[in-house]
Design a protein around this ligand. Sequence first.
Ligand code: UN1
Length: 508
Amino acid sequence: MSEAITSLPSEVDQLLQRLGVPRAAYTGGTLAVRSPISGETIANLSQTSPAEVTAAIARAHTAYQAWRNVPAPRRGELVRLLGEELRAAKADLGLLVTLEVGKVPSEGAGEVQEMIDICDFAVGLSRQLYGLTIATERAEHRMMETWHPMGVVGVISAFNFPVAVWCWNAALALVCGNAVVWKPSEKTPLTALATVAIAQRALARFGDAPAGLLELLVGQRDIGEVLVDDEHVKVLSATGSTAMGKAVAPRLAGRFARAILELGGNNAAIVTPSADLDLALRGIAFAAMGTAGQRCTTLRRLFVHDSVYDTLVPQLAKVYAKVQVGDPRTAGTLVGPLIDRAAFDGMQKALAESRAQGATVHGGARVEDIAGGAAYYVRPALVELQDHAGPVLRETFAPILYVVRYQSLDQAIDWHNAVGAGLSSSIFTLNMREAERFMASNGSDCGIANVNIGPSGAEIGGAFGGEKETGGGRESGSDSWKAYMRRATNTINYSTALPLAQGVKFDI
Ligand code: UN1
């Protein structure tokens, strides 16, 4: 009995049909989407015109004006239903992430799990949008703070987490009473179409949500710019390169809109003399090679103490030499393809620069026999440097791990903090003093600082984001919800007198 072989485009078509996306949304349009698995074109989407973008934002603004009056726990009910629909669609959406981005299946499914987790978090939050009650200096007065929705929240997301990052923003923005307009990466609009179809099922079950609460824009940078400049967009959450953030931030500042920026990372880990090297090896391998080095939290720089370098680094080189690179759907594959040719070129350029400065490069070559010339598979690269200089100082969005030998923790922390980005970081140590030093104010300067865990793969419960050129925004857990609301301080006088603050007299 022969098994029918399904081509990638028809597998994508079947998935999109099962997920409830109308075929007209992804056929016959001008935006070609290629799967990085084979390089084949898997869909052609219609693009949203700038005029349609403005109309979508106007609809979202009208929706917000109604949604802000719905009690927050009721708004949470919509997000609860979204979580339910995502649970039902997890396998299909996870597989679509694999086909559109090239992630291995457990990472595709993990991304959808991250969406479900943030929905659960946001549902709880919908009953916990707490403001403080504050002691006043005046008799028979009360002072408190109230949190209100902001308006339209724009979300610009990147190809590498094509759906989870939208959900971090949307789940919080919705319970906080906002409408959401989403511009996904032009490289990954199919997973966005599928997510919107899933959300529409939640909206239908919810019943009376205003039209325009969740809008999707499909296209390139020009429509992202319309979103950035529209006065109804009060919060813009943008994930992508530092260059994109530098272009977006002044435009938002110019009209006093709020920015949540999650930009580049050049994340590092320090391995100290006391580290559990076995655990460090596994932590480093996932953080540096997982998602083919295409997470903003990917481990890119490794500082290894002189006393353990010659034990750890050769072991790491062995892991790099044997890790399975290939079609992510093949059992055993841990490293899938790069997203496109530009990613491959960027990687080769950084490796050439490293070689020119005398580095020892393990791996890094293209693996052409996996899918022929149109897909970009590479062996992950381990680059031993003599100095913390050259391409190690910038983020290259590919699986390159630079390794540098260090002598003192002060030196390692100096190097650690000597780059533009400040997203995520780790130390592998069993020494309490070293761990605490790393997390202290004179330690890691990143938004995330871990101990005995690599820098990637954060849970949704913590605030996610980083400092310096990473943009300073925080998304996801903890009190990140505050970025999607405005705070009003209310002082109430229930006396018959009118005492003025600071003892000021104004008797008329
Ligand atoms: C990103 O790469 O843009 O911590 C987000 C992580 C994931 C999110 C990454 N939870 O690696």
